[in-house]
Design a protein around this ligand. Structure first.
Ligand SMILES: [Ca+2]
Ligand SMILES: [Ca+2]
Length: 339
C-alpha cells in the first residue's frame, strides 16, 4: 500500500472514530465546525445565557475558530447574538467563558466598537458578518450553546453523572448541593432536561429520603439551612393552595404528607415547596437559597446521534467559508482544529 492510501485510511479512520457521539436532540451537530450547537431564540441576559449553557452541559459559544464563527454568524441577524467573550472580571480584557483570550483569536470589530459606552459594556455580540461589538451584559439577547465533545450519555440520557436512575420509579434524580432560590432551582432543573422533583407516591418519597441521606450537612458548602431541599410544588401565588409545578394538587399527584406543624407560614411568606430529610413536605421561603432535587425522565430530552445530524445551516456554512477563503487569507483558526 502506498503512502497516499495509508494517509487516506488514517484520515477516514480518524473521522469515523470521532463520529458516533450522542447528545440531546435540541442540539444539532455541525460536521463543518465539528461540534454540537443549540440556538436559543429566547433572549436572556449574558449571565443567564452562560448559566443556561453550563447547565445544559455545554458552554456559551464563542467564535474561536473560523468554522464556529461562520455557524454563529449564520444565526445572528436583526437580533445579534451573545458570544462567550466577556470582560466581567477585568474591564477591557476579554476571555471566552472557558478562558481563551480574545487576543489569541483572529477577530474583527464592527464599526465604532469596542466603545464601552457608559462604562457598562462587558460582553461581546457577533453580527451576521462575524464582527464583534461590546454591549451591556444585562440586556437580554439570543445566544448559542456549544459542545465540542460529548462523553457517553448515561441511562438518564445525559452526560451528567450526577443523574442516577432509580428502578423503583424509573426516573432519574440529582441532588443539587449548590443552593439556589426556588425559581433559579427550577431554571437549573429545566436546563438539565428535568424539573424540580415531584413526589407521586410513598415509594418516591422513600427514594428522595434515601437520596437526601447521601448528603449530610457537612457535604454542602455555604451558610444555609441544610435540612430542607426545594422540590416541585408551589402555591402559584394563591397563598396556601398547594399544587405541583405541573399543575396537580398534591393529592392528585399522589403524595400530600406535610411534616407535623407544616405548612406553618404559607399565608405569610413561605410560598414554595420543599421536603425535610424525612421527605415530609414543608413550605419554605422562595427567595432564600436552599439545596434542591431535580427529577428527569430517562427519555427526555431525546438523545440524537451526530451521525444523523440535523444541521440546517451547514450548506450555507460551507458557502460562506469558501467566500471567506477567497476574500481573506489571513483569517486562520486556532490550533484546536489542527490537532
Ligand atoms: Ca415524580
Ligand atoms: Ca414551613
Amino acid at each position: 500500500m502506498n503512502t497516499t492510501w495509508k494517509y487516506f485510511i488514517f484520515v477516514f479512520t480518524f473521522i469515523y472514530a470521532t463520529d458516533g457521539e450522542k447528545f440531546r436532540c435540541d442540539y444539532f451537530y455541525s460536521h463543518f465546525a465539528q461540534a454540537w450547537f443549540k440556538y436559543h431564540v429566547v433572549p436572556l441576559t449574558w449571565q443567564d445565557a452562560r448559566l443556561m449553557c453550563h447547565l445544559q452541559g455545554a458552554i456559551l459559544a464563542s467564535p474561536t475558530t473560523r468554522e464556529i464563527k461562520t455557524v454563529m454568524a449564520n444565526y445572528s441577524g436583526v437580533h445579534e447574538i451573545f458570544t462567550g467573550f466577556h470582560s466581567t472580571f477585568s474591564k477591557g480584557n476579554y476571555y471566552t467563558v472557558d478562558g481563551i483570550p480574545l487576543d489569541e483569536v483572529p477577530h474583527e470589530w464592527a464599526d465604532y466598537n469596542p466603545s464601552n459606552s457608559h462604562d457598562k459594556q462587558d460582553c461581546l455580540i457577533i453580527n451576521s458578518l462575524g464582527q464583534l461589538s461590546d454591549v451591556d451584559c444585562s440586556f437580554p439577547r439570543p445566544f448559542m450553546c456549544y459542545k465540542k465533545k460529548v462523553d457517553a450519555v448515561n441511562v438518564c440520557g445525559t452526560p451528567d453523572p450526577e443523574y442516577r436512575l432509580d428502578s423503583r420509579t424509573n426516573k432519574c434524580y440529582k441532588f443539587h448541593t449548590v443552593p439556589r432560590q426556588f425559581k433559579r432551582a427550577h431554571f437549573a432543573c429545566s436546563a438539565e432536561g428535568g424539573h424540580l422533583a415531584i413526589i407521586n407516591s410513598d415509594e418516591e418519597a422513600k427514594v428522595l429520603r434515601e437520596l437526601f441521606a447521601k448528603y449530610p450537612a457537612h457535604t454542602m458548602i455555604g451558610n444555609f439551612w441544610k435540612d430542607v431541599a426545594f422540590i416541585g410544588f408551589h402555591d402559584w401565588d394563591e397563598h396556601g393552595d398547594w399544587r405541583t409545578i405541573h399543575g396537580q394538587t398534591l393529592q392528585e399527584a399522589g403524595y400530600a404528607k406535610f411534616s407535623p406543624g407544616e405548612p406553618n407560614n404559607s399565608t405569610a411568606g413561605e410560598y414554595c415547596g420543599s421536603i425535610y430529610r424525612t421527605a415530609l413536605l414543608n413550605d419554605l421561603w422562595c427567595e432564600k437559597h436552599f439545596a434542591f432535587i431535580c427529577e428527569k425522565r430517562p427519555d427526555f430530552p431525546a438523545v440524537c446521534s451526530n451521525e444523523k445530524p440535523f444541521d440546517p445551516i451547514d450548506p450555507r456554512a460551507f458557502e460562506v467559508s469558501e467566500n471567506e477563503e477567497q476574500g481573506s487569507s489571513n483569517d486562520t483558526t486556532l490550533d484546536e482544529n489542527d490537532s
